[in-house]
Design a binder for this molecule. Structure first.
Ligand code: XMP
Ligand code: MG
Length: 177
């Protein structure tokens, strides 16, 4: 990890992330009080955010996961989105909240959203830790956003560089130069 760590500049500290996650959790708990909520995490990148966010939402809920792959190799999107593992429960008539680490082009969530909407949930909303609005290629409604960021490649707190650096406890900008 040490070689790549020297190329990382801190963007969001652990304390900043924790404070924002609690705010999102409070807001989501208010919005879904009394509802049958299924929170769906998009693996792998979402794992630390998902664990922290779901514990910050003081409500009963089902948790479930989808595994999707949207990046081939390196830093650029291939634009191709594959569902590697689907959720294993019905969301028909239930309130689904999809949780993602980062919305970049929007292609991943566009596909996931359409797939899930076909299953007729009572509602479908999206929560992401990070959003890069300047990179959008398709419009996708994102209901809860932790932080909007500039167009940097970021790593840590679930976000990876070719599979590594997900376990950094903070979010940093990766500078390959
Ligand atoms: P799209 O383009 O479909 O991308 O909205 C969503 C997925 O792309 C990955 N992604 C990143 N991963 N640092 C990363 O480690 C980044 O800056 C970054 N931008 C996009 C990520 O897997 C996300 O789920
Ligand atoms: Mg991802």
């Amino acid at each position: 990890m040490s070689a790549s760590l020297s190329r990382i500049y801190p963007l969001l500290t652990e304390a900043q992330i924790a404070a924002r996650v609690q705010e999102l959790g409070d807001e989501i708990a208010r919005d879904y009080a009394g509802k049958d909520l299924v929170v769906i995490g998009l693996l792998n990148g979402v794992y630390p955010f998902f664990a922290d966010l779901t514990r910050a939402i003081k409500l009963d809920m089902d948790v479930n996961f989808m595994r999707v792959a949207s990046y081939g190799h390196g830093l650029e999107s291939t634009g191709e989105v594959k569902i590697l593992t689907d959720i294993d429960k019905s969301i028909r008539g239930r309130h689904a909240l999809v949780v993602e680490d980062i919305v970049d082009t929007g292609l991943t969530l566009h596909k996931v959203r359409n797939l899930l909407l076909d299953r007729e949930p009572a509602s479908l909303r999206i929560c992401t830790l990070l959003s890069k609005p300047s990179r959008r290629r398709v419009e996708v409604p994102v209901d809860y956003i932790g932080f909007s960021i500039e167009d940097h490649f970021v790593v840590g707190y679930g976000l990876d560089l070719e599979g590594k650096l997900r376990n950094l406890p903070y979010v940093g900008i990766y500078n390959p130069a």
